[in-house]
Design a protein around this ligand. Sequence first.
Ligand code: TXE
Length: 511
Amino acid sequence: MTSTAPQTATQHNVGRASIPVENPATGEVIAQVRNMAVAEVAELARRARVAQPAWEALGFDGRGRVLRRMQRWLMDNADKVITTISAETGKAYEDAQIAELSYGAAAFEFWAKKAPRYLADEKVRSKSIFVKGKRLMLRYRPIGLVGVIGPWNYPLTNSFGDCIPALAAGNAVILKPSEITPLTSLLLAQGLAECGLPDGVFAVATGSGDTGAAVIDEVDMVMFTGSTATGRKVGVRCAERLIPVSLELGGKDPMVVLADADVERASNHAAYYSMFNCGQTCISIERCYVEAPIYDDFVNRVTEKVRAIRQGVPAGPGSVDVGSLTFPPQVATVERHVQEACERGAKVLTGGQRGRDKGYWFEPTVLVDVDHDMACMREETFGPTLPIMKVKDVDEAIRLANDSEYGLSAAVFSRDLARATAVAKQLNAGAVTVNDAVINYLALELPMGGAKPGSGSGHRHGPGGIRKYCRQQSLLISRINPKRDIHMHPYTARRTRLLGRALAIFNRGLK
Ligand code: TXE
């Protein structure tokens, strides 16, 4: 994997004091941001640690008020937020509206509402004879200072989005956005300040991978989203510091289409969710397995739909369906996967070429006659390609879908819901959708995370999506308090016998 891994953004920026931010759809430099050094990150951390206790002391209601104000702020500034995201990622206006703005607004409301429930003190009952009559309680306390290190494909959802539950839990947060897309995070930091977030509680550490490493060295917990290769480095550094880490890494998400599927619905989902956000979604459809009887029909429909996609420089609502790639080296990765597949016998049904205009472009592409020796079926392409493979039966589809180092997401299409659900349960992925795809990410109640190491460890969303930003504290409160408890020194034969009898009765009772 290492020899074919794409160049990282960090390699472009080593030693620079500032980093140019490009609009990847035009190639134009639209801003410069600081490439923060170790000392600057340390100062952000110092200020965050000073500010955190008062933020925690505000309680769920006080923090929830700030978060709900931010939900309104996002909607009041919707066009500005969408335009900023679109300018630094090259994505279509609607891609930013559907998957970023709508997610962000919902997430502020969700965590403001759910934090008090998910983090409420829990009464615990114990069978231990030694704690009879004592009060036992489990509490969730904020971990302190959380570092969120994010990627470039969804600057609001995947990067800033993880800061929301961390803040709702009462932590201070330092966000290290991708050096490719830092502007959305800076805009949202301004929004949080306008909504009354106390100074220092949230900071954006702009910079390259070295800045990210400096963040890890300062914080009490890390939430990382990005490549499997960098995730491994982040995991090692966290292990050296003995701090917890949650990793959301790559995906090579399969779609299985059974012979009794609604071919029109399945092909619409395949075409849309493979090309949405120019294919740069960790849970997008990256490869497709279709049972032989409907294969030709499915391929024809998908090809027709992908051919009709309007790709171009986003210029507001409705202007294009798909924008550019965001990360410059991604063009070479996508091209390599398509070329290598063709050299080994695959066929391009539509697309297949990089764009010639300024910016970073690759055409929406459908590939057939592919097999599992090809990079396009094994490595994360993270671009606008859909390789489709014919399978003889459902067992072959399941075997091939599971033949991957990744296990983030998967989809099954069939009119027989019971059968599709049974297939879904056999797929080794953190989340599986039936007759749908990707949309599970917007159900914040439902955990999402990798089922195999290549896709990371830990989850976002659901109760675990906020508890991971907390330390568990167990409390035991003794209410009946004799001067000395029966099991204490000095040990005597009589008391030992009594205790033995009590244990025997107690453990028989447990049967
Ligand atoms: O990712 P990195 P890059 C995949 C996609 C892409 C490849 C590389 O295939 O081609 O990853 O993209 C920070 N310590 N995905 O280079 O390196 C870095 O600055 C601490 C899939 O952008 O993983 C950025 O903020 N931090 C993915 C973040 O890590 C470090 C989404 C992610 O960068 C660091 C994006 C270090 N040593 C890309 N080195 C998905 N699963 O959604 C870098 N960083």
